[in-house]
Design a binder for this molecule. Structure first.
Ligand SMILES: [Zn+2]
Length: 173
């Protein structure tokens, strides 16, 4: 059985109007995607599916955590994520995707939203992830390997020469 079958919406059978779907994302979800940058996660997805005669509007609300390595101490931690994403589904004779519009044929009976959710979760992860994003401290054992400079969270404060120093220099010349 397709492990992602529960993400398949019976679009042709739905009446026009608003429909709500809820999905629970766990480690198994990420395992079904090859070469996923995320291996573990625990997220809830709420989908509002608004069916119009000529198009569908999908609004996703994603909330939870993904298991991610800290860029500072390299220890994995549960990174909190929250994302809101929208998608429009329109009809055409050729199925394709353009930006946030998905074109499907009128004959299509089901639409699987698993891959969209997968992509939205990846997009929600910041470029750099550190323990403080989860209100946690870095692993002190790992930090022990780092040089004192690398441990310093804030960049070194440098005394900026003031305007008066510059003027003084001019005067002295
Ligand atoms: Zn850390």
């Amino acid at each position: 059985m397709d492990p992602l079958i529960s993400y398949s919406l019976p679009i042709s059978g739905l009446r026009d109007g608003l429909h709500q779907f809820d999905f629970q994302i766990d480690d198994k979800f990420f395992e079904t995607f090859e070469a996923s940058a995320i291996q573990r996660g625990d997220l809830k997805v709420h989908l509002e599916f608004d069916k119009h005669p000529s198009f569908y509007a999908l609004d996703f609300q994603i909330e939870g955590t993904v298991w991610k390595e800290c860029d500072r101490c390299l220890e994995p931690f549960d990174l909190p994520l929250y994302a809101e994403n929208s998608l429009k589904v329109k009809f055409d004779e050729v199925e394709r995707e353009e930006a946030d519009v998905v074109y499907i044929t009128r004959e299509r009976k089901k639409l699987n939203v698993a891959r969209f959710i997968y992509e939205f979760i990846h997009l929600a992860i910041p470029m750099s992830t550190t323990h403080d994003m989860a209100d946690q401290d870095c692993d002190p054992d790992f930090l022990g390997f780092l040089t004192p400079e690398a441990q310093e969270a804030e960049p070194e404060k440098q005394e900026k020469p003031s305007v008066w120093d510059a003027l003084k220099k001019l005067k002295d010349q």
